[in-house]
Design a protein around this ligand. Structure first.
Ligand SMILES: C[S@@+](CC[C@H](N)C(=O)[O-])C[C@H]1O[C@@H](n2cnc3c(N)ncnc32)[C@H](O)[C@@H]1O
Ligand code: SF4
Length: 417
């Protein structure tokens, strides 16, 4: 598995150097000149734990959530307060875990963000289907949230059972969503589950749009080494056929592909915490990508609170980039949107994309992975599938390894990827 990612890394960075993460971290983060900066806030609590889920979370406990929220607000002030001027940022996303468990304090968290940042493109929150009830939705809306994303996984009992989740009542979702509407209502589905057919997936997606979604995310199932899920992955050929049929179907219906995994029925519906040039992350396990570094906070709620309460950042590991590594990160994260702007790359790095990756772009065009029009490189359907497919190797070689270690050790000394 890691042979593929290692060779790709060496080729694209033109170097044998690994991505090396160490525990040497900065108390001051240099984000003042980052354009298109996004914000992410992590709430690591859930009412029950799903066996397939790799994210940093633990069982909800009110007292612990309150202590965590106090620390989170303090971290936002510690980082945001580094500069006098308020910094313009694109969007703010709350992920988890189950962020709605902190619904009573969301306005305080957003207040702390607003003390230091100006959010220009809206606020999004991930929801568990149990959270989709008018009183909770109203609280979110009153706090300024305009986008929600609901973790459906599937409406079909057979897949809900395989995943060990509770069944969902689409009618009750429809009612709540019509009572408290949001600009973007996204629904998450897991695809490539054992035995899943095109008709099953089509049913799920049609149902989502029918009951009030205007955006869907279709995540390929990933079997992480540290989760204890009984679910197995679908073979590549079947996955490709399923992905192509569902993409073709959604295109035919006139939905637009807003990223590798997402489709929307209306062009303005956006929900993506991934496709950013740079971002600041707050809370346990949150990552930060800046011009010169990528860093990740500790996965331990107790250690997070302890560090923040002693006035130090809870950064666990930091990777400091050489320029080519940063270029690879840039292309990888922006390609999630299926489009890379040649001008934006030059603005960010001060060098023409063609000059550094002209050969790779030529090959990718020749192989039918990308096309170029008006200065934008776009992934074709084939390119999107292979990006999707390659992303699995990246996830298993990098994310699986890093999260696996960080679940065991709050502050590892070093890690090479
Ligand atoms: C943090 S959860 C969503 C919010 C809420 N906690 C819930 O479960 O409904 C984010 C999404 O990641 C996706 N996900 C979780 N584990 C996955 C896995 N092993 N493979 C692929 N997608 C996964 C699911 O679609 C899930 O809705
Ligand atoms: S899938 Fe959602 S509810 Fe389940 S453990 Fe993960 S974050 Fe929690």
């Amino acid at each position: 598995m890691s042979i593929i990612t290692n060779l790709t890394r060496m080729w694209l960075t033109r170097s044998l150097s690994t991505f090396t993460f160490t525990d040497q971290y900065d108390e001051t983060l240099d984000f003042s000149d980052c354009e298109n900066l996004g914000l992410y806030v992590h709430i690591p609590f859930c009412k029950s734990i799903c066996s397939f889920c790799p994210y940093c979370k633990e069982i909800f406990n009110k007292e612990k959530l309150n202590r965590y929220t106090d620390a989170l607000i303090k971290e936002i002030h510690m980082v945001g307060g580094q500069y006098k001027e308020k910094k313009k940022v694109t969007s703010l996303y709350f992920g988890g875990g189950t962020p709605a468990l902190a619904a009573d304090r969301l306005d305080e968290i957003i207040g702390a963000i607003n003390d230091h940042f100006i959010v220009t493109e809206g606020i999004g929150v991930e929801l568990h289907p149990d959270n989709v009830r008018p009183p909770i939705l109203k609280k979110l809306k009153d706090a300024g949230v305009d986008r929600i994303s609901i973790g459906i996984q599937s409406f079909l009992g057979k897949y809900i059972d395989v995943l060990g989740r509770k069944s969902i009542d689409p009618e009750s979702l429809r009612q709540s969503l019509s009572e408290v509407p949001f600009e973007t209502v996204s629904m998450d589905f897991i695809f490539a589950l054992p035995g899943q057919t095109f008709d099953d997936l089509k049913y799920d997606i049609n149902k989502a749009f029918e009951i009030g979604a205007n955006h869907v995310s279709i995540y390929p199932f990933i079997d992480f080494s540290f989760t204890e899920s009984p679910v197995t992955e679908m073979p590549k050929k079947k996955k490709r056929a399923l992905m192509d049929s569902i993409t073709g179907y959604l295109n035919e219906k006139g939905y637009c592909r807003s990223s590798i995994w997402t489709f929307s029925s209306d062009e303005d519906a956006k929900y993506s915490s991934m496709t950013r040039e740079s971002f600041l992350g707050f809370g346990c396990s949150a990552t930060t990508l800046l011009r010169d570094q990528f860093k990740i906070n500790t996965f331990s709620v107790e250690d997070y609170c302890r560090r923040i309460n002693s006035n130090t950042l809870a950064t666990s590991l930091t990777d400091r980039f050489v320029k080519r590594q940063r270029m690879v990160y840039y292309l990888f994260w922006t390609a999630y949107s299926t489009r890379v702007s040649i001008d934006d790359f030059e603005r960010f790095f001060g060098v023409k994309l063609n000059k550094v990756y002209g050969f790779e772009i030529w090959i990718a065009k020749l192989m039918g992975f990308i096309t170029e029009e008006n200065g934008i490189l776009s992934l074709t359907m084939k390119g999107a599938f292979y990006f999707h497919y390659y992303e699995k190797y990246y996830t298993l070689s990098y994310i699986d390894k890093m999260w696996g270690l960080m679940r065991k050790e709050a502050f590892p000394r070093k890690m090479k990827l």
